[in-house]
Design a protein around this ligand. Structure first.
Ligand code: FCB
Length: 444
């Protein structure tokens, strides 16, 4: 074996509630912004919705069985806030808590460690109706929700992630309008981003007060390694702006207690309102940083390129179905840069994977050798980063199974398990079988 991982390295896979659960009107679940968004014509490709998705709400036992077959050591999933509090606040829906409690028990029975994400984008619609994350009241609602879940599951769950990818929530949802709630306003986006960070800090405090002392709490960011398209001063400055927008705008507040000055200036009158004490909350110590990594960005200066005046370029190379370049070196660069510049106590890759146009072959199998190659090259990059000092403790492949890929509906398959959406039959892809051997041997 060329790549042996540290003892206790944790191998897992990840999913998110709206992408897999279905049963959107069952078990007392309230509507979310993604239900409303995907019901709005033109927002999601082919008019797809999460109404059925992978029907995981009903098939969760079978899915835990798959995980056990794979030898997964950990499973990262998210909780649908509106199953717990159908209106975001107020009455608790016991049936929702029971569902996740049963899921946790099923995982523990198979020795799979649950990693819970509290917010993976499915805000209760009633909260959006009063302004969503742009309204500071949503911060309190989230803290209350986090505490309710922790009190119910904290006896068995040690590992908690407050938010998944606040950049996507804030900017893709509120500046670019590509995700729910589909708004197009930069000022709203920066306020949403800020309130998400404050809610993270408040939730960390609330969780600490009711979880066991050994509980591990973190946040997951979508981070990209950016490079300048050329060596020119202008392109290099453009790449720095893009890095500021996606990476530093969230990393700096969390680890340095301030927004990056260059971006604050660039956003001008669109910067968020910051209350006294907010940075004390945002910098509340965490136990780990989760990183979702998919690709690099190659950035050029472009006067017509929106607020940032940048443009992405697409050099020769291999691209996935998302048109994301396969670039494992970017993962190495990112892990070592984040470790050196921010010194988080521990790192997890909470998502990494690739979408390809998979098909079931005549032999009934899915021969996704490109996904296996993608994972192998990224595991190798992570391994090298560990050798060079990154405190990487575990790796969650995105995703356990094909699922609802947001604005792309069911057209983008990220799973290591193939899902036939007509029959709900699951088939482990070749990449899953390969991953099983990596887990068994703790390397490859
Ligand atoms: C990330 C999301 C995840 C999935 C992958 C492909 O941004 O967190 O839900 O959609 O991208």
């Amino acid at each position: 074996m060329n790549h042996v991982f540290p003892k206790d390295f944790l191998w897992g896979a990840a999913t998110a509630s709206y992408q897999i659960e279905g049963a959107t009107t069952e078990g007392g679940r309230g509507a979310t912004i993604w239900d409303v968004f995907s019901d709005t014509p033109g927002k999601v490709l082919n008019g797809d919705t999460g109404d059925v998705a992978c029907n995981h709400y009903h098939l969760y036992r079978e899915d835990v069985g798959l995980m056990a077959q794979l030898g997964l050591q950990a499973y990262r999933f998210s909780i649908a806030w509106s199953r717990i509090l159908p209106n975001g606040t107020g009455t608790v829906n016991e049936a929702g808590l029971d569902f996740y409690s049963r899921l946790v028990d099923a995982l523990l029975e198979k020795d799979i460690t649950p990693y819970i994400t509290l917010y993976h984008w499915d805000l209760p619609q009633t909260l959006q109706d009063t302004g969503g994350w742009a309204n500071r009241a949503t911060v309190d609602a989230f803290t209350n929700y986090a505490e309710i879940v922790a009190r119910r599951l904290g006896d068995r769950v040690n590992d908690w992630i407050t938010h998944n990818e606040p950049w996507v929530v804030a900017f893709l949802g509120n500046e670019l309008g590509i995700h729910a709630p589909g708004l197009k306003d930069l000022r709203t986006a920066t306020q949403v981003g800020h309130n998400l960070l404050v809610s993270h800090g408040m939730a960390v405090r609330a969780l600490r007060s009711c979880l066991k002392p050994e509980a591990q709490i973190g946040i997951t960011l979508n981070l990209t390694h950016f490079e300048a398209a050329t060596d020119s001063v202008t392109d290099r400055a453009a790449a720095a702006r893009q890095d500021g927008y996606i990476n530093r705008w969230f990393l700096d507040p969390l680890f340095k207690g301030a927004y990056p000055a260059d971006m604050w200036e660039l956003f001008g009158s669109d910067v968020p309102t910051v209350a006294d004490g907010d940075f004390d909350l945002i910098t509340e110590p965490i136990d780990f940083l989760g990183i979702n990594y998919y690709s690099r960005g190659v950035i050029a200066d472009d006067p017509n390129g929106g607020v940032l005046k940048t443009r992405s370029e697409f050099p020769e190379g291999e691209y996935t179905e998302m048109n994301w370049e396969v670039y494992p070196e970017g993962l190495y660069q990112l892990l070592t840069n984040v470790q050196n510049n921010y010194n988080p106590p521990a790192l997890y890759i909470t998502e990494n994977g690739a979408a390809f146009a998979d098909e079931v072959s005549a032999d009934g199998q899915v021969h996704d050798e490109r996904r296996t190659a993608y994972l192998q090259s990224h595991f190798a990059a992570a391994h090298r980063a560990i050798e060079d000092g990154a405190k990487l403790k575990g790796y969650f492949v995105w995703s356990l199974m094909d699922n609802f890929e947001w604005a792309w509906g069911y057209t983008r398959r990220f799973g290591i398990t193939y899902v036939d959406y007509t029959t709900q039959k699951r088939t482990l892809k070749d990449s899953a079988l390969w991953y099983r051997s990596v887990i068994q041997e703790n390397g490859f």
